[in-house]
Structures are given as C-alpha cells and as structure tokens.
Design a protein around this ligand. Sequence first.
Ligand SMILES: [Zn+2]
Ligand SMILES: [Zn+2]
Length: 441
Amino acid sequence: MKKISLSLLLAFGVCWTASAQKAQVLPIIAKEYDALVALYKDLHQNPELSFQEKETSRKLASELKKLGYEVSERVGGYGLVAVLRNGEGKTVLVRADMDALPILEETNLEYASKVFGKNDEGQPVPAMHGCGHDVHMTVLVGTAKVLAATRKDWKGTVVLVAQPAEERGSGAKAMLKEGLYTKFPKPDYALALHTNASMPAGSVGLCSEYALANVDMVDIWVYGEGGHGAYPHLTKDPIVLASQLVLAMQTIVSRETNPIEPAVLTVGAFHSGTKHNVIPNEAHLQLTLRSYSMDVRNNMIAQIKRICDGMAQAAGLPADKYPKVVVNEGEALPSLYNDPTLTADLRQLFTKLLGEKHTLKSPPVLGAEDFGLFGRDEQHKVPICLYWLGTINETHYQEFVKGERKLPSLHSSKYAPQISPTLETGIRTMSEAVLMLLSRQ
Ligand SMILES: [Zn+2]
Ligand SMILES: [Zn+2]
C-alpha cells in the first residue's frame, strides 16, 4: 500500500466503525487514490469552457464505462448520464458539473492550466477551473468507483450525472429538457457538492432549506428624445430619467420588500451617450436580482415595471416611449432549496464520519447554482441536497481566521484547492451518503 493510502487510512481509522454501511469505503478510496489524483490534475490542466466540455465529457465517459456503468453521452449538450442498476431499491442521483471559467490561472501550481478556450465570438480566452468543478468531477468518479466495488453490499440504482455549462446557468435546464428524469431512472434523491474557498479541507458544510438564490437578469431600455446638450428644454433626456430610475429602484428592496426576506437589486451596467454635448435618444440599464422566495422575486419585477412607467410619465414621455423592461427568462435560475429532512440526515451521517468539528453549519448565500433545478422541476419534485466541501490548507485557514491572510475566492485566478484531504473527504462523504440512501426501503 502506498504512503498516501496509509496516511489516509490512519487519518480516518478511528471513525471506521461509525458508518452504518456494510461496505468499507476507505480501503477502496485508498486503493484508487493515486489514479484519482492523476485524473484531478489532468482535468485541472485541461479545462474546457461552458458548452465546450467535449474532451472532459469523453474522459469521464471512458472512466465510467470501464466501471460497468451504462453511459449515455450528449444529453443536453455534452451532458453525460451513467447508470448502474443493481436490483430493486431506491434510485439516487449524484451530479457534478464540468465547465471551467475564462480566467488566466495565477496559482503557480506545477499542474496549473495553460490552455485557452474560445469565447462566444470565437476569440481565444484563457481557461481555468476556478470554481472547483475539477474537484466535483473527481469526486464523481471516486464515488462511481466505490459504488461499483461495493455492489454486493447494496441494492437499487445509481444515476451519475456530469453536467455541462453550469457557469452559464444552462446545463441543468438542457439536461432536464432532454429527458433526464423521463428517459433515465427518476431519482428518489439527488445529491451534489460544491467546493468552498473559505472552509478548511477535511470539512463539509450544510445549509438546510434555501441555500442559494433565485437569479434574474433584467434589461431596461430607457427612451427619450435626443438633441443638443445646450438646449435640454427641447429634449427628453434619457440619461436623467435612467439615473432617477437607478435611485428609485433602490426603494424596491428597502421599502417594498419584507425586511425578513433577503433581496438584492444591483444595477451592474449603465450605457448611454456618445459625446459631451449630445443628449442621446436612449439609455440601457442591466440589473441582477437575487431572492429566495418566488413571491419576492415576482414582486421585485412588478415594482421595476411600475417605477419605470411612473417615472417616464413624470418625465413627460408619451406611453409609447415608456421604458422597455425585459426579464431574461432563459438565464433565470430558481433558488436552491435543500430538503430539510435529507439535509438533517446527511448532517447526522457526516458528523458520525468526520466529527462535529468538521461538519459545519453553512449560512445561506445569494450566489447561484443550477443544481437547484434538479429539485425544482415542476412535474418531478425530487428532494435534493447540495453541501459544501472545504478545500483550504489548514494553516492558511488558521491565518485567515486570525485576520493574517486573505483567501482567494471561488472564480479567483489564485484559487487552488488543496488536493488532500479535499478529494478523499468529498468521495467519502458522497459515497457514504449514497449508500445510506440506497439502504432505505
Ligand atoms: Zn462558479
Ligand atoms: Zn461552481
């Protein structure tokens, strides 16, 4: 047995009896560990951007086929579905995402990415796994190995999903639309994990109920009547109106939303005009909205429309020149709701496996993750849980806690997950979670 395997076994040895499963997970992880680290480094060095995950998907397909999974490729773009049927029982789905980000990596790791992908215009852009999706994929393959090696100890069906284009909010939607829940066994439970850039490696974090937010992108075209900057009384200035709108819309969160309910309205872009002395014909605002409940989300959109109409009327514009508000439904994402019972069961299991110190309570955040859709599919209400996986070197984490170090966030060019014990913690918790759910009647 190799050195890493021994230390891994020793590190977790005291907890061996904690698992309720017959299957012995740790020796399998230890045996496969070097191959999994090699896979991780390969994925890290060869990132592919959203909608371009061709080679990544091919590599995962080949790993999963070798293990005896029935693999279907090209499910919603480069999406992959791998099924292992093992008699009557529960169906458990595990999802990992595959895409990287257009970031020039600055980690100085010997396995840092040096590759380029293409942006939507076909221009070369650097690519990096800055969101840890390479960790997610390695955990998926590690979990696949554990489940294949222990199939005599469980019954049921495992569905492993490698999803494309998470960073564009499109991959989950595309896979569900292509029949993920109708052409393949429909899960009784769906699980995912996500790397966390401020939690120590060896730990996991869970957040019950709403964990990540509804996301909406809104465009507002503000119209006016342009003219000479020296004769404003002969124009209707869209820059002044758009500026008033930016301020007036701040009251949607501060005065029109129940303060107990989280909401964010950010105007991220304001475009208008070409020259100092020309009043333009229009202005363009781009907003992002965040919320948890659909009532808050729908109310924010209704108030934006009301304020736009009212302010345009106050500016003296005719009704046909009121601002046009476009909610980009294609890019909208629902909030991620972790099923409370499932989350509580996972917390209990992980506490047994890792101890209380390493099973953290994570606060809800207003970021987004399209895994929420796996539980929000209208016809198929599936209990889901996405939990956080710590990835930070323990010393760096302690310095961070003392305020002596800043930690690069997810999507930073300097984000570098510590391989061990991140991978084994991810594979161990995910495998044990699946085995626990499969053991149910
Ligand atoms: Zn991300
Ligand atoms: Zn991510």
